[in-house]
Write a protein that binds this ligand. Structure first.
Ligand code: NAD
Length: 386
């Protein structure tokens, strides 16, 4: 088996977890080097006995020290485009974290670059595509079990600790993260577009910050067993000390509505501070209804005219990060793509479309208007043709 030589740009928690998942599924690799001003992922690697390789001052110096079998990009979102462009020039296969880039303009720049010049293989970490429950959901919709997909209701609700982390980490700032929805649920909107089989035509959204505000400071400080609240995780690069007194400028709760071009309609609800966690997709088709419960890793299906008990599938793996084994499944997909040329479950094009959909939703919220997505898709299509 080939030993892979890996370069890392942005050795944060995420890339460290992906490297661990790669080890879990039998990758043989060494991290030859990394670039990161303050690598948050080091303790995670150390716990697994994975050496981080040599520290380089910048991507140019690192990438000049190839060859590499894989360049992994896990920097904050505002740096993805810059790091992707540098890795394209080096020419080695790339795994880059989602969202692929942070703004519509960056998306058009990337699309033009991908159209204009050959690039190395590019795999994007939209990890839900690799989850067995998501694969099953897609297969059932594609296979016609639900009949015609009519409408979707979906949620992502986070534990207060997770919300508190987002309010302190670099994701709290649009300039670094993009937005709450872009960073957190571009995964879900990637799958919704895939299930609808169509692009968003019109979007609307309302959202704001009513949880992590100075006015709410001190109202809830500890759990009912005495454990201190909002302090569990290291906030990392550019971290703020206090979830209620940071300079956060993204939402902490948001709702969205989407009408896809083929008339599939969707409503979405996200909240970053709930007592009952949920990530759930409710798919209503003409011939059947499917609930994918991504927290419990459980799928329910019943035919529209069926009177018996719903079919229930419990997917075995459940983990605290709610990825429920997806990281390992994605690591296996990545291995199969690199070593045997297998198709990776998501393309850069899918990733750009998912990002643009969420960016349109955020624009609708900012403008307080229903956004017609047609001009955005026209600009994107023009960029993809170079
Ligand atoms: N696919 C998933 O499920 C998933 C989950 C979490 C995060 N992510 C994505 O992974 C990326 C990293 O997120 P994270 O949670 O690991 O954040 P993190 O804060 O743990 O890590 C980010 C790292 O980037 C480093 N960094 C900052 N500036 C840099 C620079 N100029 N050059 C190189 N490195 C730099 C930071 O020091 C830090 O170590 C983000 O794009 C995020 O959206 C994806």
């Amino acid at each position: 088996m080939k030993r892979h030589r890996i370069a890392v740009i942005g050795l944060g928690q995420r890339i460290a977890h992906v490297l661990c998942a790669m080890a879990d599924v039998g990758w043989d690799y060494e991290v030859a080097g990394h670039v990161d001003p303050a690598p948050v992922g080091l303790p995670i690697l150390a716990e697994r006995g994975i050496a981080p390789g040599r520290a380089y001052a910048d991507p140019k110096a690192l990438l000049a020290d190839g060859p590499f079998d894989l360049v992994m990009i896990g920097s904050p979102n505002h740096l993805h485009l810059e790091h992707l462009l540098a890795a394209f020039e080096a020419g080695y296969p790339i795994f880059a974290e989602k969202p692929i880039v942070r703004t519509a303009e960056e998306t058009f720049t990337l699309a033009r670059r991908l159209a204009d010049k050959a690039t190395p293989p590019l795999f994007i970490g939209l990890v839900m595509r690799s989850m067995p429950i998501v694969r099953e959901t897609i297969a059932r919709v594609d296979g016609g079990q639900l009949g015609e997909l009519i409408s979707i209701d979906a949620t992502e609700h986070l534990h207060p600790e997770h919300g508190g982390y987002l309010a302190r980490n670099w994701r709290r700032k649009q300039a670094w993260g993009g937005s709450y929805l872009l960073d957190k649920v571009c995964h879900d909107f990637d799958i919704f577009g895939r299930l609808a089989g169509s692009r968003a035509a019109k979007v609307a959204s309302f959202g704001g910050r009513r949880i992590f505000t100075p006015q709410r400071d001190g109202k809830l400080t500890a759990y009912d067993d005495g454990e201190a609240a909002y302090a569990l995780r290291d906030a990392g690069w550019q971290g703020a000390n206090d979830a209620f007194h940071s300079d956060m400028d993204v939402t902490d709760h948001q709702i969205a509505m989407v009408e896809y071009a083929n008339q599939v309609r969707l409503s979405f609800h996200a909240n970053s501070h709930v007592a009952l966690q949920e990530r759930r997709w409710y798919l209503a088709g003409t011939d059947g209804t499917l609930i994918a419960d991504l927290v419990r890793n459980r799928l329910l299906f019943r035919g529209t005219m069926a009177k018996g008990r719903p079919e229930r599938m419990d997917f075995v793996t459940r983990t605290d990060d709610n990825h429920n084994g997806a990281d390992q499944a994605m690591a296996a997909d990545l291995k199969a793509s690199l070593e045997a040329g297998a198709a990776f479950p998501v393309t850069p094009g899918d990733s750009m479309e998912a990002g643009l959909t969420v960016m349109a939703i955020d624009r609708a919220m900012d403008e307080g208007a229903v956004v017609d997505c047609a001009p955005m898709w026209a600009a994107y299509d023009a960029a993809t043709t170079g």
